[in-house]
Design a protein around this ligand. Structure first.
Ligand code: C5P
Length: 234
């Protein structure tokens, strides 16, 4: 079995990130680098994390005109990331440009193309925030609409909340990979995550990858925490 755990390196400095990555690498399948760490440590952090032997998920959620997103994706591919995120509300043309850039740049540099993941509706949004920006106020329907648009654009994966997995699996082609944050084992606080599933429940629902932050990095022994989670999945 491929290890589906993606440990989020949600720490503010390179030093903390590398310490955590070295400790946890044998127990996880990949590390997620988000905008905080990337902005603080710079692009070199990707290679350093990669050197621990793990795959890197670069979560910068690109959203811009198609040409700019294509160039940002190309730069990320050259950093040798295995997954990256874009906002699906950037539209069909932007998503197509991102996927095409990932494929072409990977081909030119002799690498496998990374998985370009579409982010649909942020889990911090509800019907009020969607209304505010003039979108379909039903969150579930907006998620489905954006997910189908992502598939139409050729994306091969999406980020979704654990409670969206079952509905999305009904309408999406089987090959689409679903990456799910909002995972809690029950042993730690839910923190600001309102809709959570356990790692086992999320995998049973149809998740392909689990993004896990605080249950690992805030644990007194992060390696042991990751190993315990992995054990529940085997
Ligand atoms: O600490 P926790 O397990 O809640 O961290 C979840 C990670 O997934 C964080 O890096 C967070 O930014 C990210 N994320 C999320 N919800 C989304 C998208 C990303 O929690 N909808």
């Amino acid at each position: 079995m491929r290890n589906p755990i993606i440990a989020a390196l949600d720490v503010p400095t390179e030093e903390q990130a590398l310490k955590l990555a070295l400790e946890v690498a044998p127990a996880v399948g990949a590390f997620k680098i988000g905008s905080e760490l990337f902005s603080a440590a710079g692009p070199d952090i990707v290679q350093r994390v990669h050197d621990t032997g793990a795959a890197v998920f670069l979560d910068l959620k690109f959203h811009d005109i198609p040409n700019t997103v294509a160039k940002a994706v190309a730069a990320a591919v050259r950093l040798d990331v295995q997954m990256l995120t874009i906002h699906t509300c950037g539209g069909l043309e932007m998503m197509r440009a991102a996927e095409e850039s990932a494929q072409q740049t990977a081909l030119r540099s002799g690498r496998n193309a990374p998985l370009v993941l579409g982010v649909t509706v942020l889990t911090s949004h509800d019907s009020n925030t969607l209304n505010e920006i003039g979108c379909e106020a039903n969150v579930g329907r907006q998620v489905e609409r954006l997910a189908q648009l992502a598939v139409q654009a050729g994306l091969r994966g999406l980020v979704c909340s654990p409670l969206e997995i079952v509905d999305l699996r009904q309408i999406l082609p089987e090959m689409i990979q679903l990456v799910t944050p909002g995972i809690r084992t029950g042993a730690e606080p839910a923190d600001d995550q309102k809709r959570t599933l356990t790692p086992r429940e999320a995998m049973n629902a149809g998740a392909s990858w689990l993004v896990i932050g605080r249950p690992i990095y805030a644990a007194s022994n992060p390696r042991e925490a990751a190993e315990c989670i992995l054990k529940t999945l085997t």
